[in-house]
Design a protein around this ligand. Sequence first.
Ligand code: AMP
Length: 196
Amino acid sequence: MRLIFLGPPGSGKGTQAKLLGERLSIPAISTGDMLREAVREGTPLGRRAKAIMDSGELVPDDVVIGLIRERIAAPDARGGFILDGFPRTIEQVGALDRLLEGNGAALDSVINLLVAEKTLIERMLGRAAAEGRSDDRLETITERLRVYGEKTAPLIELYRSRGRLADVDGSGTIEEIAGRIDRALADRRGGREVRG
Ligand code: AMP
């Protein structure tokens, strides 16, 4: 299965992508995690990305496209993967289309997590306290939500028009949301159980 998680920052994409990856035995690939790792390691990419991430803006398309190109070519991603936080722009959608086509692979579903803005902000502020993410400050959160609306939200209708979108209510507990995701995927696969 090749899946994408779409949704605003704080919608639970990362948590749900990791859990679904475990249920399906496929890797959950997060460009945000890859970038944060580069920042921690102080690589040239990390040094370039840090200020951009801390301001709430998007790092350049070519940077994240390069990361994804390498990562989905790795042996553990051959049988499928879940993308969390990529694509985030129309340009990234085009690049992913070409990468998949080049591998003779197709996208199965795009899970769109729906969460009220008030809940998003509460979750991100909670995460800032728990994990100390430097981009979970209120000013950055506001900017990330704005950037999401401008650059990423248009992807919802794009994937819907391709018949690939599954809207999932992202409110409630982690387990409730995971259950809804499984049901949405089962529905899309004609009512069969979701298996790895
Ligand atoms: P995330 O953990 O997915 O919320 O990503 C954290 C930050 O990393 C974002 O606010 C962006 O600055 C950067 N980032 C992650 N994924 C992408 C992407 N696909 N395109 C551009 N920037 C990204």
